[in-house]
Design a protein around this ligand. Structure first.
Ligand code: URA
Length: 184
């Protein structure tokens, strides 16, 4: 049993002043979905629309993510989704190591409370912070990694697929593996 609830961790996150991003963000984006989900998707950080609304993955990447989920018969209600970083970095710049290190504490709590069987790292920031700092998505995606009770896999971030459609074939291979694992 986890000591805290997601609501409690979210309220701690709202008070967080550990890095400067709280000063420039509009709304904190904690994450959303089914708190009892078997599968957790982890992105990078809120973008423009997420920062305005406080909702996770609602911009163009979010729309593509919904299509990716639908392709393996998943809806937002079936999953939980969160980011490594809860406050938008100005101009969508990549988060610094310090920002990631201080913010990942909230994701650790989310994992502890949700207890997913599967964790999907969307893109390099999630994969480097969750799997290994030298992780290369283009070379190491699509391979299951066991960590304790968690099965972890990395795939392309939807924004990478929007920039380069040729990556969609590999992303589809990864999605099929995720569906298969969920069905095991
Ligand atoms: N990109 C992310 O990584 N997360 C979001 O919530 C939106 C865009």
């Amino acid at each position: 049993m986890a000591i805290y609830t997601l609501k409690e961790i979210e309220s701690y996150a709202h008070k967080c002043r550990r890095c400067p991003l709280h000063k420039t963000r509009t709304k904190l984006v904690f994450g959303a979905g089914n708190p009892k989900a078997d599968i957790l998707f982890v992105g990078e950080a809120p973008g423009f629309y997420e920062d305005k609304s406080g909702q996770v993955f609602v911009g163009k990447s979010g729309q593509l993510l919904d299509k990716m989920l639908a392709s393996i018969d998943l809806k937002r209600e079936d999953i939980y989704i969160a980011n490594i970083i809860k406050c938008r970095p100005p101009d969508n710049r990549s988060p610094t190591e310090e920002e990631s290190t201080s913010c990942i504490e909230f994701l650790r709590w989310q994992v502890k409370i949700i207890q997913p069987k599967i964790i999907v790292c969307l893109g390099a920031v999630a994969a480097k912070n969750i799997i290994s700092p030298d992780f290369r998505v283009s070379r190491q995606r699509g391979v299951w990694i066991s960590r304790g009770s968690y099965s972890i896999i990395a795939s392309y971030h939807p924004s990478a697929l929007l920039r380069d459609e040729s990556k969609k074939t590999e992303a589809w291979e990864d999605l099929k593996k995720i569906r298969q694992k969920l069905d095991e």
